[in-house]
Design a protein around this ligand. Structure first.
Ligand code: GLC
Length: 409
């Protein structure tokens, strides 16, 4: 972990200096919220499994009033279809939401969380560098996504609405927590994908950087990581993400399990018929690791559902062990890069740092937060208590509202 942290810091420096680096280090063009942001804002939140829209009422003084959220499934045809139909779908969802909530076009302040690498030139403009995760919408890479959304809004007769700000989800988590806690200087997402951002105070006030750490490529990998990469739609990219985030952990377990099966070390039947597992997900990892029953009932249930009929008590123990190994490695890689980030801001941990963390894996996995805590303790000893890891649920959308409220409309 120490070595990863050190090498990661060097990679961050290279990225900032414009040298060759797997870290994009993208500036966010906003300052840190003060907590005094006020007003009703609408947030669009795009980048995970669902597309979400939220109406957030900011009261100032770090307080939130009422909040309404709706999730919209993104039909598969849009995830791999054309940019125009994709943004038209987003605009139509917004139209429905506004009608349902009775929001008029004239008084809407709109923040847009777009959880992909964006090269920004200002607070309300950003060119998509590259799709990540499962997204493959054509004709969007290399283009300004705010312009594309504005185009769709115009087509849906909502041209009056102007996007006030576009941000990454890590920036959203950061802004949501910073709104109520001035110690917050790092935002982390660990869900479908993984990424981090940080705020570094400097002579000009400070700068907020979206690291895009999912693409970090200096980690030692296993044959299973290489197999996951080969099976992906973005080979050679997002190496760290493929070892850490929810979209891939299930696949790693699957590759390991099937390898054990191939070597006749798991699910051995009297007639030597091999049972392979398919479509193993990170939700199953959480479910299996939650299982504290002596008979490992959850594990048995999962195997039954996966069609493995002949599992022994030993098989169940092994499967749980594989899950634990994979999720623990994920947490420890996360700790390593996170500590690289924090020591970049504050080398000797001379003050408190609050880390806003959001994402389904962190929220739902039974041991993830514990593993992070333990890892930080190993690295920093008693000083680890200076690092507060704070679950910032819905941070990515709340943060977009906060940022929209900072921005003069
Ligand atoms: C992917 C995206 C990144 C995002 C992360 C978490 O890594 O490239 O922008 O922050 O997923 O959603």
């Amino acid at each position: 972990m120490r070595r990863i942290a050190k090498e990661f810091r060097a990679e961050m420096r290279a990225g900032l200096a414009g040298k060759k680096s797997s870290l994009k280090m993208l500036p966010a063009y906003i300052g840190a919220p003060t907590g005094d942001e006020r007003g009703r804002c609408v947030a669009l939140d795009l980048g995970g499994t669902n597309f979400r829209i939220a109406l957030v009422d900011l009261k100032g003084g770090g307080r939130l009033g009422s909040k309404k959220t709706r999730a919209y499934a993104i039909p598969k045809k849009h995830v791999t279809g054309s940019g125009t139909s994709f943004f038209d779908y987003i605009a139509r969802c917004l139209k429905c939401f506004m009608e349902e909530e009775g929001i008029s076009q004239e008084d809407i302040r709109l923040g847009f969380t777009f959880s992909f690498p964006l090269q920004q030139t200002g607070i309300a403009s950003g060119v998509l560098v590259k799709w990540t995760k499962a997204f493959r919408v054509s004709g969007v890479e290399g283009r300004d996504v705010v312009k594309m959304l504005q185009g769709a809004l115009a087509r849906q007769r909502m041209g009056v609405i102007k996007v006030s700000a576009i941000i990454n989800d890590t920036i959203g988590a950061f802004a949501a927590l910073r709104y109520r806690d001035a110690r917050c200087d790092v935002g982390v997402i660990i869900g479908t994908g993984t990424n981090g951002c940080y705020f570094a105070q400097d002579a000009h006030g400070g700068r907020l950087i979206n690291i895009e750490w999912g693409n970090y490529d200096k980690l030692p990998t296993t044959i299973y990581d290489k197999a996951v990469d080969r099976a992906s739609n973005n080979r050679g990219e997002q190496t760290l993400e493929k070892m850490v985030s929810g979209m891939y952990l299930g696949q790693i377990v699957e590759m390991m399990v099937n390898d054990l099966v191939n070597n006749s070390l798991l699910f051995i039947t009297p007639n030597n018929k091999r049972s392979y597992v398919r479509r193993f997900t990170s939700e199953l990892i959480s479910y299996i690791e939650e299982d504290t029953t002596k008979q490992l009932r959850n594990v048995g249930r999962v195997l039954d559902d996966l069609g493995v009929s002949n599992h022994s008590a030993k098989d169940r123990v092994i499967l749980k062990y594989v899950c634990r190994t994979v999720s623990r490695r994920s947490a420890r890689i996360l700790v390593s890069v996170l500590s690289g980030v924090i020591t970049t801001i504050d080398e000797n941990l001379s003050r408190d740092h609050a880390v806003a963390i959001d994402g389904s894996l962190y929220e739902k996995h039974p041991a993830f937060s514990d593993n992070i805590r333990k890892g930080l303790k190993e690295l920093f000893g008693s000083k680890a208590s200076r690092i507060k890891i704070i679950l910032t649920k819905d941070g990515s959308s709340e943060g977009a509202a906060v940022v929209a409220a900072i921005t003069p409309s």
